[in-house]
Design a protein around this ligand. Sequence first.
Ligand code: PEP
Ligand code: MG
Length: 925
Amino acid sequence: MKYVYSFSKERVEGDRGMKELLGGKGANLAEMAGLGLPVPPGFTCTTEACDAYYKLGRTKLFAAMKPEIEAALKRLEKVTGKTFGKGPNPLLLSVRSGAAVSMPGMMDTVLNLGLTPSTIKALIETSGNERFVLDSYRRFIQMFGDVVMGVDHHAFERELEAVKKSRRTKLDTDLTVKDLAELIERYKKVYKKATSKPFPTNPMEQLMAGIDAVFRSWNTSRAAKYRELNDIRGLLGTAVNVQTMVFGNSGANSATGVAFTRDPSTGDNKYFYGEYLVNAQGEDVVAGIRTPQEITLKGSRAWAKSQGVSEKDRKAKFPSLEEVMPKAFKELDRIRVRLEKHYKDMQDLEFTIENGKLYILQTRNGKRTAKAAVRIATDLAKEKLITEKQAVLSVDPASLDQLLHPVFVKASEDKAQQIAVGLPASPGAATGQVVFTAEDAEAWAAKGKRVILCRTETSPEDIGGMDAAAGILTSRGGMTSHAAVVARGMGRCCVAGVGDVNINYATKRFTCSGVTIKEGDWISLNGSIGAVYKGQIETVDPSLTGPFGTIMKLADKYRKLGVRTNADTPHDAAVAVKFGAEGIGLCRTEHMFFEGHRIVSFRRLILVAETVKDLREDHGVEDLTALQKAVSKDKKAVDAIKQYKQALRELLPLQRKDFVGIFKALKGRPCTVRLLDPPLHEFLPQDADGQKEMAETMGVKPIEIKRLVEALHEFNPMLGHRGCRLGITYPDVTEMQTRAICEAAVAVKGSKPEIMIPLVGHVKELANQKAIVERTIADVEQKKGVKLNVLIGTMIEVPRAAVTADEIAKEAEFFSFGTNDLTQMGCGFSRDDAGKFLKDYVALGIYEKDPFQMLDQAGVGKLVELACTGGRKTRKDLKLGICGEHGGEPSSIGFCHNVGLDYVSCSPYRVPIARLSAAQAAIRG
Ligand code: PEP
Ligand code: MG
């Protein structure tokens, strides 16, 4: 096996297509050398070598690879005219790591490798610059010690500070030859003390130790964590780039810098963005000791303005590269244009100027914010550097989140103190004062305060407070918990399941990571990454026009999937339409009962429903008025029927009003309304206050309410009396809801309601509910003298329904996949409790990702495919959609495209993400 690949103008073994083998850096260095750009020559040890390092062990690999390295060194000596480890013209090297994907978690750079007492002497003679050579040596000892041998860098910095202090100077550049010589001796002592060995003077030993350290760095916990966090999988390892040193620190005519061909934070292309330092080596630019200067004059003036630096001072102290080294600048600018044209993307460059001569040390597609990504994609398409399809593919759909919500000012977030991390339940940024009850959230917000509502978990009673809060934090619950689902629907920032947060409602405080947060203290939440910070962080608002609008238009041009939204209020529907939703794919009607006083009517209904059902069975009478007559002597029974009727009477107009509002907001777009599907425990008054309130409303004793609540208690409510099971046992609810939907459709011309029966597992369940729905539609049509065109369909969210889809389709005009429940029941993971162990499952690689977030295509996906095939076998024109949380997740959307769904439906703020993901899936084919 070949482990070492050379790159130089004279001999290039590789190109940009070989990232997997040579790493991103190595592949691009080879590519640039092939283009004839001024790249210092070198060679790359492959990722296969790294793989072998772990599989065969260090000794075996090095025995096989060393002869190749020696041969590559010979070639390098030939093209550079220098010799490794010897004078008169010694060859010095840099050693860097570079995987196929850029990974800041791995080893940093070691520069100036090959410096030994004899090469130092030779170099001083050839360069005539002793200071430069000693400065390079002290840097080498520190970097080699820190990066290769793990010596604490503070130990070196303490010595540097001590020498500077004794010379009364602040700048490294002020140190003289004598000072540097002293520093080198001090550094050597630090090295020896920490490693129990003298600093190596054999250059080959230095080089092999450097390569060894790079391979080792691939498997440090820091690198593994980075890969885990960034979903980097399936790589062999890192490559090692060994490159001839060029010196940006060899005097006033030398410099080093980094540059972006376009602005990485905004995508602007007004001037060449980048920074440099005269007489410096790479690490000085990022170390923050000296202030890096702008490359262009324009950029320099803009910088000076933002910093309040006068033009005179700017010119004297911080001039641009364009002014200081105009020739090198011109060449760099030409290379910028050439590289962007060649790579057809924004590039991130590293360069060094040695005695006036420019070298390019690295190029790669530059990292960018979502804002810049969208801008760069649309600009490059306009400039015809890329096609429209390439522009659509170049933006990461998930990153669009950043553009739809207020976000933190990055610099402020970077400075903030993070105290915990939870699930990124609902994106955006929020900063506010902590409150612990929904009532307080509403009361404080009414006084104009910004609040963060902190709860162990939320329930329907909290809805007002959730709406009033800028953000929501819960210490329990997963991505489909009440807090998460409701917050996403509202577009409210939410971090859920923050296990480290211990909330004490009695003392109104929570503790976390040794920090105590009291009511009224400021905290900040980043719902896009799940971070919780102490204190206030500055936020900025989103803008939906410009390049964002352009990329959305392009997405719509190429996508085949329809995109609908999950929305339960006119406000959410309107927001989603603004984001491009083509209708509602899931209107959860039980959520409508969360608001204000409605919960009381709803509770009245469910608390007496069971009694009414028993009475019907006992007396064999269906009609409620007739039943009331039949039981007229039993006051309790009469009362229950009255309460039941009253609740239905109260709820009908409220529901109708809701639907009128939603249909109006949709302006003729279709609306799939799901009939009632409440896990009952979320709605019952569990606490004494709630029970007292219901007792007063219903004119009974609190103890009676308590008994009723207990009687309705379920051990497993998520698999209990919910969905169509409720409609089957309490048919009046199905009838009332259908009536409300139909009457609203009559009131709002052009509305297109679709009625969806939830949690069906058996076709007979669907047939039962469908009969009530059809009967009610006919009744409204007859009474109003209109013809309504209402589709009737079902959710596929119970595995039994998926495997009997051909049967189900006999009764259903459409299927909508409820992949939240389908995952719960398909994988056998409780939606409420699985959060506790799923993290471990993901860490162990049992599931690639939390299956409630990313569809488990191999398992749950099979059920979806089965249902699509079965359903369409029975009914060719069966409409197919998805309304589980996966409808807004990019890879799951790709799956939906591939299995031929007609649309996806997701929360309003995910609509743009779904549009772009659908387009990407269609383009990829
Ligand atoms: C589902 O189960 O996927 C679904 C959309 O319904 P809910 O989350 O309301 O159970
Ligand atoms: Mg469901």
